[in-house]
Design a protein around this ligand. Sequence first.
Ligand code: GDP
Length: 443
Amino acid sequence: MFDALAERLEGAWKKLRGQDKISQSNIQEALRDVRRALLEADVNLQVVKAFIADVEEKALGAEVVSGVRPDQQFIKIVYDELVEVMGESNVPLAQAETAPTVVLMAGLQGTGKTTATAKLALHLRKQNRTTLLVATDIYRPAAIDQLLTLGKQIDVPVFELGTDADPVEIARQGIQHAVAIGVDTVIVDTAGRLQIDADMMAELARIKETIQPHETLLVVDAMTGQEAANLTRTFNDEIGITGAILTKLDGDTRGGAALSVRQLSGQPIKFVGVGEKVEALQPFYPDRMASRILGMGDVLTLVERAAEQVDLADAEKMQQKILQAQFDFNDFLKQMRLMKNMGSLGGLLKMIPGVGKISDEQLSKGESQLKSAEAMINSMTAQERVNPDLLAGSPSRRKRVARGSGHDDAAVTKLVGDFSRMRMMMQRMGQGDLTGMPGMGGM
Ligand code: GDP
């Protein structure tokens, strides 16, 4: 999603390479590149200015760490600052002490507000929280139908009073109904207009006043860039929000909105929408988003997404294995098969460190490489699969695997080498160590 941004930033790092320390003069060009990259990604100007000033101050004040190159140090500073701007850690949805927790959804029409309402209900169910959805968009009969349909699809009740009732009254009765049926959380979907208008704001303010929500979530379309900044400012000033959901991050979107929303509202992005399906909602992790912006991939998200396909205990084991560098060829094979089941290989590949920008041609090459890897792994003995070092240390074992899989020795040597490097990098990333990462050293 942040391809253009990542590409730009790569240029900035390159310029710092070969310098022996960060200084006022050698940093200017890199800062200009970061600034341009952020503006091109539609980050709000005010946010960019504050960001650059902070990065410069921190970079100049940074202690020179021996063994760490200035470009790596600068990347770390930009990374830390990105994480900070986007909010340090994932902030979960509020839960009221006495049920029901009331969530008010706000946003413009077409941003994915109604879809997000259903997505959220499904997400909460995974935490054993029950929900009621409330349909207050009386201006578009289709909106009520849409929520009813989604509710039926995920088996969550929907409260509505048709299109003749007053939205404030629907919301009020919706909460009463939630209390009566004893659900844990009630999510109130509201009317959106194509543009911000005074009537919409006034109605939203009345609904908020009446139902006193624990959460007011602004749904922001990530594809709207600068617009997202204005929207955030207006809704936060006039209604007051407690968080945001950034939708359509699966598309060809620029990253600007993610940076702007938190900075301008002071409120966290709590979830991201990554597809049209009701399952396509993920918690927002600023640190992961920052690595993604910097083109470092997002191994942890990848593992997590895979986890939804396998069972949870299995996924935890996998994460532990990654952290302890015990990830072996069996795990690799398992992940590869999961990827195939998960659909878009392209989207998944983009999350792997070092696989920044890929064309269709590269993608099909990637797929055939995966197939070759699978054939080679299939030719390994059970012992070799759990202990990749056996192969690293034995040319005759590699020769046998090469013959068995119909590849040459060099291909097997490469697979084994790539695999141990990947294992080391995953471990370092898992531990939050960004210095000396192979992906960066090679930039
Ligand atoms: P609302 O008018 O804000 O309630 O928007 P809807 O929920 O009706 O969504 C508008 C359109 O955006 C629909 O076609 C949705 O399927 C689509 N949509 C919503 N969220 C996402 C998302 O995260 N990714 C993608 N690709 N499409 C989404």
